[in-house]
Design a protein around this ligand. Sequence first.
Ligand code: PEP
Ligand code: MN
Length: 353
Amino acid sequence: MFVVMAVGATEEQLNAVRGAVLEEGLTPHENRGGARLVVAVLGEGGAWVERLADRLSVLPGVESVTKSSRPFKLTSREFHPDDTVVRVGDIAIGDGSLTIAAGPCAIESRDQLFETAEAVRAAGANLLRGGAFKPRTSPYSFQGLGLQGLRFLAEARERTGLPVVTEVMEPGQVEHVAEYADILQIGARNMQNYSLLMAVGRIGRPVLLKRGLAGTIEEWLMAAEYVMSSGNPNVILCERGIRTFETAYRNTLDVTSVPLIHQMTHLPIVIDPSHAAGKRWLVPSLALAGTAAGADGLLIEVHPRPAEALSDGDQSLTPAQFADLAVAVRGVAEQVRAIHATRGPAMTAGSRA
Ligand code: PEP
Ligand code: MN
């Protein structure tokens, strides 16, 4: 349920709303966007809904009470009409700019990471990616350097000035990984690991939430809801391709999710063309398509010598290929912004703006 307070509602009036919600044993979640304050009341539907709606709608200072029919609440535009902009240092994700995160699938050594980090920074990347804890399909594959990898990542950030994004796989690792990472990545395989989602929800670091291999958009948003309802509003969604009947490439990039996410939610969405494509030569087309669809950013795997990569070499770009692609996607992002400005948001980005 969303309670929209009238412009100019007093603190006393707001307290009366909070009190009524608390008396039902529920927690009010508040968002002040512009002049209006929205109070979300979260809980499984039941007799309380009618009772509380009747009670709240007659309180002074309350403009409207709507019973949300969608299961996702804090991630919805009803609760938060303005776009969420996630800030990491000087970088803003979701402000209309294109944020590019690039780096190796896995951190393999200090040299490999530093070489890649320098190259992607020189090519204009905004963030450095690299996995220290790797969720591999086979237990016999390289599982990542773990803590040593995190240390290399922190050193690479020092050297390049690029904030870093890295995956956390278990609730028990969250605090530790958060000491090193600027953004915590939840991998596709963990999208519905609810104890992990709640653990990253309790930490003060932005979360990059990948869509599960077979996750519907609603399931994905409910996963984001876990993070947000645990206290962390800084969620970035990442479309990385979903499992379909097609086997000619690794996963099917769901480009439609970009305008849909912008229409349904206030959260930024980035595209990971690498894990969707599975093949290096397909990555540029998917990156361009995601950018044209209005994505807020890209997550791209780059390796100095892809043939020697310990994971995802087939889909990793060389630094030179990445540099070319970065120029191309920046050009497309510029065009999208121009179209958006002159022809209106319907052309590009759902109902945002
Ligand atoms: C990755 O980013 O390297 C990764 C493992 O991605 P995903 O969880 O999307 O498979
Ligand atoms: Mn990978």
